[in-house]
Design a protein around this ligand. Structure first.
Ligand code: ZN
Length: 150
């Protein structure tokens, strides 16, 4: 199969995954007994994401998000919660950095299976205006973790 066909297929699959998370968000709603809660806005697009996190030692034991906005911002938040739930803080930080590299256009990060379904957002790097949408939930998470270690 020519590589352009293959990348078109992957593009269609990724688009489907984004829409799926947008329509059926995972871990959306209020989190009981949250230790940290951060609300962030992206005025450029009108996106809002709130992230609530519960810790167990140095593990993100549970988290949820709330918010509204474009499909990229909401799908990214949904994928982020799936990816970091149950992970240690240092793993979360590594994933956040990898995700950031990916949406900035790093092909190696886009190939890394550690990013799971969040790789569906790798195409965002071609649309600089949407990079902020994709990073909003991760930035909120980073702020929540920073508050935690203060
Ligand atoms: Zn947006």
């Amino acid at each position: 199969m020519p590589s352009s066909d293959r990348s078109a297929q992957i593009g269609a699959l990724y688009q489907e995954m984004i829409l799926d998370h947008y329509r059926r968000p995972r871990n959306k709603g209020e989190l009981e007994r949250a230790d940290e809660s951060v609300l962030m806005k992206n005025p450029l697009c009108g996106d809002e994401i709130g992230v609530q996190v519960r810790f167990d030692g140095d593990v993100v034991s549970d988290l949820s998000f709330s918010g509204r906005g474009c499909s990229i911002s909401q799908a990214s938040a949904s994928m982020m919660t799936q990816l970091v739930k149950g992970k240690k803080l240092e793993e979360v930080e590594a994933l956040r950095s990898k995700f950031r590299d990916m949406v900035m256009g790093d092909a190696q990060a886009a190939d890394d299976s550690a990013l799971g379904s969040a790789r569906a957002l790798s195409g965002v790097c071609k649309f600089p205006a949407r990079v902020k949408c994709a990073l909003l939930a991760w930035n909120a998470l980073e702020t929540a973790l920073a508050k935690r270690t203060e």
